[in-house]
Design a protein around this ligand. Sequence first.
Ligand code: AMP
Ligand code: ZN
Length: 464
Amino acid sequence: MNIYNTLTKKVEQFTPNEEGVVRMYTCGPTVYHYAHIGNLRTYIFEDILEKGLEYLGYEVVRVMNITDVGHLTSDGDTGDDKMELASKREHKSVYEIADYYTNAFFNDCAKLNIRKPAIVEKASDHIDTYIEMITKMLNEGYAYKSGGNIYFDISKARDYYKLSGKNPEDLFVGVRDTVEEDTLKKNPADFVLWFTTSKFENQDMKWDSPWGIGYPGWHIECSGIGGKYLGEYIDIHCGGVDNIFPHHTNEIAQSEAYFGHKWCNYWVHGEHLNDQSGKMSKSKGEFLTVTLLEEKGYDPLSYRYFCLSSHYRNQLTFSYEALDSAENAYKKLKNRIKQLDRTPNLSDKKLDFYQDKFKEAIGNDLNTSSMITLVYDVLKDEELSDFTKLYLIDDFDKVLSLSLIEESDEVSQELDEMIRKRIEERNIAKNNKDYILADQIRDELLQKGVKLIDTRDGTTYELI
Ligand code: AMP
Ligand code: ZN
């Protein structure tokens, strides 16, 4: 598989640390509000990446955090606490806010066929891990204490700007004008690992620590949770492009300081969904959620189709006209598939051909529009029986997850039943010493792309 690596700024061949296993970390949502469909574009891309890797034969161990503490309204260390603001706005405790919006997030994901990662962990459940990491970084001189807060000293990091590829001047122009300067820092880019001097006196989420009662900075949660569940080497780390700086830059700095070696080899970032006036945000313009799309009569999967039609590294502009045409194409496609004849007849040996092409599309930096084109190619191919088309589309849909076939495992199940019935008939023929019929059944299945394998425990099959 080839994938674009933000760290090296090129498309590279992907090789995991352990053969056949991919350790993947994806930054999760900050649960102070509903996710907008821009956020969900990033989760759709990560879902396709995970399922694409599985299609290529990898076992994927995927972890996601839930940011329920420490994310301030600025991506730096200033501004208000997003969770506290929501708690005031909705007259609920921060814990109620976190639970409510975490559920809402996974409900939206389910509507978009985004699979919930196997390991999902709340930031607030791992305070001991952060304290242990920060203590080590303090002892080793990567962090310092100033005015009660603990800061990471970026001058100690190995090549702090390697991920963003920018120089410090670029990154802080503009920011300086709008962000109140934290005079406790040695360097303006140093970031907080642990806050004790908080301006949020009534903050609900706070814990005891060796440095006083307080709460963790935003970035440490991903290094802590990633390290705890994936070990000290990660293969792929994902997020939206806005996470490159400062969040992922800071994750690298503190993880490499803590572990003492390179942490993650591939950094993969999804481009943004924009609205007509620029980057979509929760505070600007119409707040576009999955629920709003449903209220307007759209099938959420039309939005998934819309996202998959463009490459994850291209910016995508949302408009209702664009969504209308995606919905149109998606509905038409589903209709065409619905009309295919479901009579079991796996008549073709082009399965490999199409499955290889599908793998190529995945391996070509996750080319989702080519994957969709392949569905159309299969539908058009007159050499394929309808059943074979259904079989292939069902197979591709393991990655695309567009619910292209209503009951998605129906085809494979029907096929399996058909083959098992034929194996049974062949067994009866063999018992009757009717080897001609037995061989006939075997050859007939082989012609349909099904190879029988006789073992001591009976006959199994593989699709060729
Ligand atoms: P947040 O809940 O704000 O932490 O964001 C969740 C994810 O959405 C992060 O990976 C962001 O990079 C991503 N994100 C934020 N805005 C957009 C956008 N307009 N388009 C695509 N992804 C976004
Ligand atoms: Zn993160």
